[in-house]
Design a binder for this molecule. Sequence first.
Ligand code: WT7
Length: 651
Amino acid sequence: MQPTAIDALLQETRVFPPSDEFVKQANISDPAVYDEAARDYEAFWAKHAEQCLHWFEKWHTVLEWNPPYAKWFIGGKLNACYNCVDRHAQTWRRTKAALIWEGEPGDERVLTYGDLHREVQKFANVLKSLGVQKGDRVCIYMPLIPEAAIAMLACARIGAPHSVVFGGFSADALADRIRDAQAKVLITADGGWRRGSIVPLKRNADDALRQTDSVQKVIVYQRIGGDYTVNMQDGRDLWWHELMHNAPLTCPAEPMDSEDLLYLLYTSGSTGKPKGIMHTTGGYMTGVTLTAKWVFDLKDEDVFWCTADVGWVTGHSYLVYGPLSNGATCIMYEGAPDYPDRDRFWAIVEKYRATILYTAPTAIRAFMKWGEQYPRKHDLSSLRLLGSVGEPINPEAWMWYHEHIGGGRCPIVDTWWQTETGAIMITPLPGIVATKPGSATKPFPGVFAAILNDKGEPVGANQGGYLVITRPWPSMTRGLWGDPERFIQTYWSKYDGLYFTGDGARQDDDGYFWLLGRVDDVINVSGHRLSTMEVESALVDHHAVAEAAVIGVHHDIKGQGVAAFVIVKEGYPADESLKDALKQHVAQKIGAIARPDQIFFTADLPKTRSGKIMRRLLRDIAEGRALGDTTTLADPAVVQALKEKYEGHEE
Ligand code: WT7
């Protein structure tokens, strides 16, 4: 983050205490909960694991901690699908809406807990009939439709870990993830809707499957249908509706060990290929169930809308597992916020009387730019709580959200967490903690964070440093699929026994945490993680590119945008049409979110004497700052020339 932005945050002094009205009805309003959890965090988590989940068998040991390996609720047996579906379907909630779904073209469906119960059992039987067994990985590459959640829950029901791949990812990205997980079955759809166009999911899947060999069966849900036809390979590809037609109605939920793998979810790191974050059953379900209940103050009457796709961890934890485990009603919306018009979100809030909205700062900044006339067209009075996730929220966006969406009356929970943490880690509890625009406030009870300098010493108030988590927590990742070395290297080697988050942060005089962005080579584009190396690899994969260096640069809407410095091979014209071709190439290799915003041709890149690209200097250039220390450069003239060239350039 730029120094000017940090200064602005330092000057932020507005405080918003919870209203009496909110406190009176809050699920949790006694601040003593923080002390209770701090006194004995194992006892705290054990108490809530027992209260908020159904266990087939209770654990014998709460925690075994051999850094960096944690085991929680050892010996316990439970099933995530049973907790999200069966236990509600056995009560009055059988007829309560679990999912209220709206398709982008305007189609609607409501599934009750009873409906979900029937569908997941049938689909679990379908998976079994195709030979899926406990422990087999199932890849899910779907649009945001109820069947995506049904597929996830059915996998959980039979103990087959799922690996959901975001529908916006390319065939190559899908192939990498299928190969790494050695998925046996792929669940996809003919296509999905995005801004009125069809996303060709099955076609991408076909491309991906040509590059991999582990997948034996492909289940295809017909989302588009009509004249839109897809290739169905004999003996491999099967229609969802045909398989479901005769599937038996009941399938018991497999009792899973607490530490059995629930899912893999791939995310970008600072180097190399995406890593498969592993989450297990007992700890993960404890984390997401309790945080969903306390952070979002979830009640039976709520209509909860988390706008994330199930392709990201936010969708896993707060569209599927967390809210459903609490028996909540969730809205799921397939499409874009500006289709057919820029008021689509507000039309949905009004139509279904949403009470809680959880979205990303990038969306809020886009709404701000579009103007308040869009939310003003709709009755948003049903809203009572707002949430933010994915990247630091700037105070202006926070205030706009507060005033124009929350009508000045809704608490805002700015929730900091990661794919690796599984559940929300730093957040206000809306009935207890006074909020400050731009601060994620305090660690959730039972979570312990600190800010350290390079030597591992705590920094003082208002000083920036590295955010670490100092004690284990139930929903923490149990590691990276197939790569234990990288797990240790990435998270546990900077500080002995402490989890290194990769984020910078500071604490103010009240102990509030202010997140300052990533400190590694991860960029955060619209709340989605990308590694600079991934984009560089996609660029050098193009025949005209000799070398590329990629950095994240400030972007008004997306938070960060992608800027690429490219050295073109001899004989290729470094012109506008090559820029377009390279942008297209990256989008095709990774997905549209990775498309570079700026491409800058150069003859050289600033490197240290050992040949490492100095990205810090590229960031200085791209963001128009004075160059930092250049003494370690092999050839300081390179960066000076680059700076001059860049300053004369408009994009
Ligand atoms: C990175 C994790 C967690 C779900 C979405 C992203 C950034 C996330 C916040 C926040 C400041 C945030 C961090 C983190 N981040 N939430 N409230 N304030 N930064 O999950 O893709 O695993 O990315 O997102 O930099 O490390 P993810």
